[in-house]
Design a protein around this ligand. Structure first.
Ligand code: FES
Length: 85
């Protein structure tokens, strides 16, 4: 498990082992627009402000991976990710 903080919304949520970040955020009222939900289209990409992501998408380039994250499928290696939402 890890936590995600939606910085602009001021909402923090725990992401369960069987749950996506988008599903966890939806539980606490932070809506992320998704489309493919498989890490291919980039619809769910947001800016990453803090934390060590475990990228599981096929969309972002290596350069983009340091500052963005695809929320439909990626996870975290650090206990907390802070995203620009
Ligand atoms: Fe398509 Fe996340 S919804 S990459």
């Amino acid at each position: 498990c890890f936590e995600v903080l939606a910085a602009k919304s001021g909402v923090r949520v725990q992401v369960g082992a069987d749950e996506t970040i988008t599903a966890a955020l939806a539980r606490v009222g932070v809506k992320v627009t998704v489309s493919c939900e498989q890490g291919i289209c980039g619809t769910c990409v947001v800016d990453l402000l803090e934390g060590d992501p475990d990228h599981r998408d096929e969309y972002l380039t290596n350069d983009e991976r340091s500052e963005q994250i695809a929320l439909c499928c990626s996870r975290a290696k650090s206990p907390l990710l802070v995203v620009d939402l």
